[in-house]
Design a protein around this ligand. Structure first.
Ligand SMILES: *Cc1c(COP(=O)(O)O)cnc(C)c1O
Length: 436
C-alpha cells in the first residue's frame, strides 16, 4: 500500500490538529520531525501492540517513552484505576495509597528515606535542584551534555565553547543569567568533572546526572564514572542527584543505584513510577528532603500531586513488576533483540553500534563505541530516518528520533522479538541495497 493511503487518516488528523494545537502535538518529539515523517494518531494499545486510526497494528517499542513496562492495558492496573476512580478522582487531601506508594519506593531504593509525590519528571528534577541549592547554600549546578532532566529553566542549558566559559541558554526564553548557574560537562568524562570542581571550588550545590544516560540514546556509564561523581560530590559537600526517571524500576527495582551499587543523595523518579499515569516522585536522604514545606523552608506544592487514580496505577504496576522474575525476563528478551539486530547488521553489511542496559537499548548507525553526546551526534542520522520509515512499513513502531531508546516490556513475546529482528534485517538491507 502507498504511504499516502496507509497513513491517510493520521495525515488528515494531523492537519486538523495543527489548526488547534501548537505544532499538532503536546510534546515536541511526537511531531516526528527528526525522522521526516508525519505522526501517527493512536486509537488504542494492548499488550505489546499499538493501533493507529488507519487500523494499522504495530509492535510498540516506545511504551509511552518508558512507563509501560508491563505492556499496555494490564488488566490488574486497569482494575485498580477503575476502583480508584469510582471512589473519586481527586480530593486535594491525603490518602492511604500515597503512604503505600512512598513506602514501596523507600523499600526499593536504599538511598531514599523520605518521598514527595509530584506530577512529572520535570517537577522532580526542578525540585531536586532547588533542594540541592537550599541544602548547600550554593548556586551552581553541574549537568552532563546529552542528559535530559525535563524542561525547567535551569536544566535547559547547553555547554559553551569550553569548560572555562559559562553555559548558554538551551532554549529561547531562558535568561542567560539562569543558564550561567548551570555548568555543562561531557558525560563519561571524569577529568572534565574534576576540572569543573576545581574551577568553581566550593560553589557547586549539586551534580545532576542520568546514571545510565537514555535521552541521547542509551549510553551506559563507563567503569568507575559513577563512583568518581559520588566521590567528588562527597569531597566537596555537593548534593548528588540521580535522575532515575527512566532507569528507576526499569533496570532493577532500585534502578541504576541497585544495578551499580550506588547511593545518591536525591533521586528523581517518574515514568514507570507513575504506572502510566501522570505521577512522579522525588526521594532521598531525610535531612535534605525535610527541607521541603510544610516542615522546611523550600516551597513545593501541587493541586493534583499524589492523585488517587495515578497512585493506584503506580502501586499496582510496582507491585506486579517487583514480584517474580520480571527483570530476568526483560533482560532475556532484550538480549535476544540485541543479538538479532547485531546479526542483521552484519548480514546486511551495515555499520551499527548497539548500546544496551537491561531492557533499554539504542542502535547507532556508526562503527565506533558510543560513550557521550559527541559520539551520538556523529552517527548517520539519514540512515536512522530511513531505518525508522522501513521499520514502520514492517509494522514496528520505534521512537521517532535517533536520541531515544527502544523500550522493552513484559508483554513483548518471543514471536514479537523474532518478527522485529526479521523486520530489522529487511530494513537494513534496503539501507545498503543488499539483497535481503
Ligand atoms: C522523561 C524524563 C524527564 C522528564 O519527565 P516528564 O514527566 O516528561 O516531565 C526527566 N528526566 C529524565 C531522565 C527523563 O527521561
Amino acid at each position: 500500500m502507498s504511504r499516502l493511503k496507509r497513513y491517510s487518516k493520521s495525515a488528515k488528523a494531523y492537519a486538523r490538529a495543527c489548526q488547534y494545537l501548537v505544532g499538532g502535538v503536546n510534546s515536541p518529539v511526537r511531531a516526528f520531525d527528526a525522522v521526516g515523517h508525519r505522526p501517527l494518531f493512536i486509537h488504542r494499545a494492548k499488550g505489546s501492540k499499538i493501533y493507529d486510526i488507519d487500523g494499522n497494528k504495530y509492535i510498540d517499542y516506545v511504551g509511552s517513552w518508558g512507563p509501560m513496562i508491563l505492556g499496555h492495558g494490564n488488566h490488574k492496573v486497569l482494575k485498580a484505576i477503575k476502583t480508584a476512580a469510582d471512589n473519586g478522582t481527586s480530593f486535594g487531601a491525603p490518602t492511604l495509597a500515597e503512604t503505600e506508594l512512598a513506602r514501596r519506593i523507600i523499600n526499593a531504593f536504599s538511598s531514599i528515606e523520605k518521598v514527595r509525590l509530584l506530577n512529572s519528571g520535570t517537577e522532580a528534577a526542578m525540585t531536586a535542584v532547588r533542594l540541592g541549592r537550599a541544602f548547600t547554600g550554593r548556586d551552581l549546578i553541574i549537568k552532563m551534555s546529552g542528559c535530559y532532566h525535563g524542561h525547567c529553566d535551569s536544566m535547559l542549558a547547553a555547554a559553551g565553547s569550553g569548560l572555562a566559559t559559562y553555559s548558554i541558554a538551551g532554549s529561547a526564553g531562558v535568561p542567560d543569567e539562569f543558564a550561567k548557574l548551570t555548568v555543562v560537562v561531557p558525560y563519561n568524562d571524569i577529568a572534565a568533572l574534576e576540572d569543573a570542581f576545581n574551577l568553581y571550588k566550593r560553589k557547586i550545590a549539586a551534580v545532576i546526572v542520568e546514571p545510565v544516560a537514555a535521552n541521547m540514546g542509551v549510553v551506559p556509564p563507563a567503569k568507575g564514572y559513577l563512583d568518581a561523581i559520588r566521590n567528588l560530590c562527597s569531597q566537596n559537600s555537593s548534593v548528588l542527584i540521580f535522575d532515575e526517571v527512566i532507569t528507576g524500576f526499569r533496570l532493577a527495582p532500585g534502578g541504576a543505584q541497585q544495578l551499580f551499587g550506588m547511593q545518591a543523595d536525591l533521586t528523581c523518579l517518574g515514568k514507570i513510577a507513575g504506572g502510566g499515569l501522570p505521577a512522579a516522585a522525588l526521594g532521598g536522604r531525610a535531612e535534605i528532603m525535610d527541607m521541603l514545606a510544610p516542615i522546611g523552608p523550600v516551597y513545593q506544592a501541587g493541586t493534583l500531586s499524589g492523585n488517587p487514580v495515578a497512585v493506584a496505577a503506580a502501586n499496582t504496576t510496582l507491585s506486579i513488576l517487583t514480584e517474580g522474575n520480571s527483570y530476568e525476563r526483560l533482560d532475556a528478551s532484550a538480549a535476544i533483540l540485541e543479538k538479532g539486530f547485531t546479526e542483521a547488521a552484519e548480514a546486511a553489511n551495515v555499520a551499527l553500534t548497539i548500546n544496551r542496559v537491561s531492557s533499554i537499548m539504542s542502535c547507532f548507525f556508526l562503527d565506533k563505541p558510543v560513550k557521550n553526546f559527541t559520539d551520538v551526534q556523529s552517527a548517520d542520522s539519514n540512515r536512522f530516518k530511513r531505518f525508522f520509515a522501513e521499520m514502520l512499513k514492517h509494522n514496528i513502531y520505534l521512537a521517532p528520533s535517533p536520541y531515544e531508546a527502544i523500550f522493552l516490556s513484559l508483554a513483548h513475546t518471543k514471536e514479537d522479538i523474532e518478527e522485529t529482528i526479521d523486520a530489522a534485517y529487511k530494513s537494513m538491507c534496503t539501507l545498503t541495497g543488499h539483497n535481503g
